[in-house]
Design a protein around this ligand. Structure first.
Ligand SMILES: Cc1ncc(COP(=O)(O)O)c(C=O)c1O
Length: 408
């Protein structure tokens, strides 16, 4: 193994542990990534020594916490190419970010009969909030299908766009199939049809360099915990003119300008959307997490390692009799494999594999309508990061083969 890969792995303490006396093989990265030393160190330091609220007090601890918090916001803005940190709103995660847009954008811009277009491969976080919006505002939800290999059916998508769609909400990379959607094409077509576009970047932020300016998306949402940061922090980027026009999401401290019993005016962006105390340490940790993520994305060695590991896993999975992985050979698939195996319940298999130290996800993976197309028992998902290695693929495959043998 390349020394750089070994050194990189060593930065993640969780990866060198044993479970049930076996070395951990962590292939559940699409659920949450492991955390590197620099993030753990900052989170511990802030918990131990910089535990203060932000924006409010004038004492040293509050000033230090505020500065670290702001550095997290600036790091997130730089990472996605946002023109200003004011357009980067802290949320608790992708789910909260999409709910914010589903509530505030819909309330301000959509009318009864307007249509919202999603795809068949969306996570529940990019489906259920739009169902709420439809119930509340009388809008209608349209769903664009995916083709057999898990690609978005662009012809069907373009046809649906003609039906007075005002908002398109689409994953950058789908969480089950791992397919990178052609965002430039989707966004250009949506804009031409007069629709705004929200991109669910929960998976897309991990493996591709995002530039919201060149994408020209109207909103981009992602979670810190999928890209080395702690849980409980996420980002909503939005175009300034939309964020300015949208009403606030929640009311409370920090989001106001002037408050009287008769009327309240709201603070400037991003504070207007950030009522109450946020997850301060997690927000600050975005700075080291995204700095590392940028280094990883720029490292030819780590990207080669990911590609090699992915290729090996794809080759090996294709040798299992009765295994169905819709996007296995899709050239747009990135680091994610969801599959079912004839005669094998995925969760039973995952429990056996867990005892061999292998961590995978199974079930409906918060994409029930899509997964029910392929299997009534759910699927198994293996998802990779650049710290995973070909040696781990061997262990994973041995565990999978043994589970299949025991269960068939
Ligand atoms: C594509 C996609 N969207 C949204 C989410 C929700 O993210 P979170 O639970 O961090 O809010 C996930 C999480 O798995 C996801 O993969």
């Amino acid at each position: 193994m390349d020394k750089l890969v070994v050194d990189f792995r060593n930065r993640f303490p969780a990866l060198s542990q044993q479970v049930y006396g076996k070395p951990l093989v962590y292939f559940d990265n699409a659920a949450t990534s492991q955390r590197p030393d620099c993030v753990i160190e900052l989170q511990e330091r802030m918990t131990a020594y910089t535990c203060a609220n932000v924006h409010r007090a004038v004492h040293r601890l509050a000033l230090d916490a505020t500065e670290l918090y702001q550095q997290g916001r600036e790091a997130a803005a730089a990472f996605i190419g946002a023109p200003s940190a004011g357009q980067v709103i802290f949320t608790s995660g992708t789910t909260a970010a999409i709910n914010l847009v589903a509530s505030c954008f819909t309330r301000r811009f959509l009318r009864k009969g307007d249509r919202i277009l999603i795809t068949e491969a969306e996570h529940h976080s990019n489906l259920v909030p739009w169902q709420f919006a439809c119930e509340l505002y009388g809008t209608e939800l349209l769903v664009a299908p995916v083709t057999e290999d898990g690609s978005l059916d662009m012809d069907a998508f373009r046809k649906l766009l003609e039906r007075d769609v005002k908002l398109v909400a689409v994953a950058h990379v789908t969480n089950v199939l791992g397919v990178v959607n052609p965002l430039h094409e989707i966004i250009a077509a949506a804009h031409q049809a007069g629709a705004r576009v929200l991109v669910d970047g929960a998976q897309g932020i991990v493996h591709s360099r995002v530039d919201v300016g060149s994408l020209d998306c109207d909103f981009y949402a992602f979670s810190g915990h999928k890209i080395f940061a702690p849980t409980g922090i996420g980002i909503l980027y939005g175009k300034r003119e939309l964020l300015e026009e949208m009403p606030p999401y929640m009311g409370g401290g920090d989001m106001v300008d002037r408050v009287t019993f008769e009327k309240t005016t709201y603070g400037p962006l991003p504070l207007k959307f950030e009522a109450g105390t946020q997850n301060i340490a997690a927000a600050a940790c975005l700075a080291p997490a995204l700095k590392l993520a940028a280094e990883v994305q720029d490292s030819a060695t780590l990207q080669d390692n990911l590609e090699t590991t992915d290729r090996l896993l794809a080759d090996q999975l294709s040798t299992i009799e009765g295994l169905h992985c819709p996007s296995l050979a899709n050239p747009r698939r990135k680091g994610i494999f969801s599959f079912c195996i004839d005669g094998v319940h995925p969760t039973d298999a995952a429990e056996i594999m867990d005892k061999m130290g292998v961590a995978v996800r199974t079930g409906f993976m918060c994409a029930e309508p899509l997964i029910r197309k392929y299997s009534e028992h759910g699927m198994m998902r293996a998802s990779l990061m650049p710290y995973n290695t070909p040696d781990e693929v061997d262990i994973f495959m041995e565990a999978l083969r043994r589970a299949v043998k025991m269960l068939r």
